[in-house]
Write a protein that binds this ligand. Sequence first.
Ligand SMILES: Cc1ncc(COP(=O)(O)O)c(C=O)c1O
Length: 421
Amino acid sequence: MVKAHRPSNLMLLPSFINTSKPLLERYQSDQGTKLRLKYQPYYHSAEVQDGSHVVVAGRRMLMMSSNEYLGLSSHPRVKKAACDAINEWGTSPCGSRLANGSRHFHIELENALAEFLGVEACHVTSAGYLACMATLSTLVRHGDALIVDKSIHSALWDGAVLSNAEVERFSHEDIPELETLLSSLPASQAKAIAIDGVYSMEGHVASLPKIVELAERHKAIVIIDDAHGFGVLGREGRGIADHYQLSKRVEVVTGSFSKSLASTGGFIAGSRQLIEFLRTNCRQIIFSAGLPASQAAAALTALRVMQEEPEHRQRLLENAAYYRAGLHELGVDYWNSVTPGHCIVLGDKEKCYRVWSMLWEQGYFTVMAISPGVPAGKDLIRTSVTALHTTEQIDLFLAELGKALKKVGFVARNRELVSTT
Ligand SMILES: Cc1ncc(COP(=O)(O)O)c(C=O)c1O
């Protein structure tokens, strides 16, 4: 029989001691954590996943914020490939690629991605975040200039910090500001420009043609985090560089398998020389375990499905256009997104929370992003459509969103929501 566990006074002692440590006191008094735990808007745990629905706390909810754009994680071929890979290789990647964890399935996926993207080489990592960090932290260093759009994803920011390069920021998509910045830097300084292909919050597609032109004029390399462009833009979903027919003029593209490729992990694509340089010098690659077989197999099969079954991407693009038209009709400020991710900008934390709660109560799963996570005055609810949504589901969501917006006192005006309260 298992004895009931009763904490003794002695066991309480360590936590008493701990609270007197300044760092532990900081964690205990953190306002952000207190608010999150009080209102519980994040870290919801689904008990069941069923296509575009999840069951949370016993309630069936329509997922309106998934990044799994093509809906391939429930595709029979993708699921079978992941199961077969586990049967063949087991579950662990066994270690770092450099030392003891490189396997045939990594090479196969890297070759397939390189061929698809029309680049010489590719390196796969166990997260898209890691691919971004690895790239920036290693390709530039102290003394170099790294010029970034202010809205890049935190995965690139973290790489920028680790690089020790001189980081210069330009306002989001402000090409004249980028030009001024580049012109102000010494011609002899080594330079890189880092951008997102598609900005995950805004849904904007980067102005790549102008950026590439400036980069060439100022001898800067171009690094793109295309986590949200891959699978969506370009021929068969080859991403932003292909969309603008600029694949040969961009030095590095990183991507994530957790969006269109129905898996987890990430990739870095570029010239053979650049990929080999990363393999020699990048700490995140050298000292971190490789991608497990199941995730590599899922990503590889999803990549093949993407090419052999264009209907998934077609459906995604149709759904995105349909949803955007509905938001436009409601007069919602969706930050002029042209991609499947659409935020509903409310510009006010309180109203954001109220609209999010009403949608939640009605069975719609969305995500709130409030400042400082987004620029001040841009508090928003992030939504996205995938290939799995039906037009009926989109209509029902739009109707519920319209009701919630009315209840918080917003009226549509010139595509912008104006507070009447
Ligand atoms: C733009 C962007 N880059 C990188 C990542 C990180 O990708 P992963 O989830 O594969 O680590 C994300 C994840 O949301 C993202 O949105």
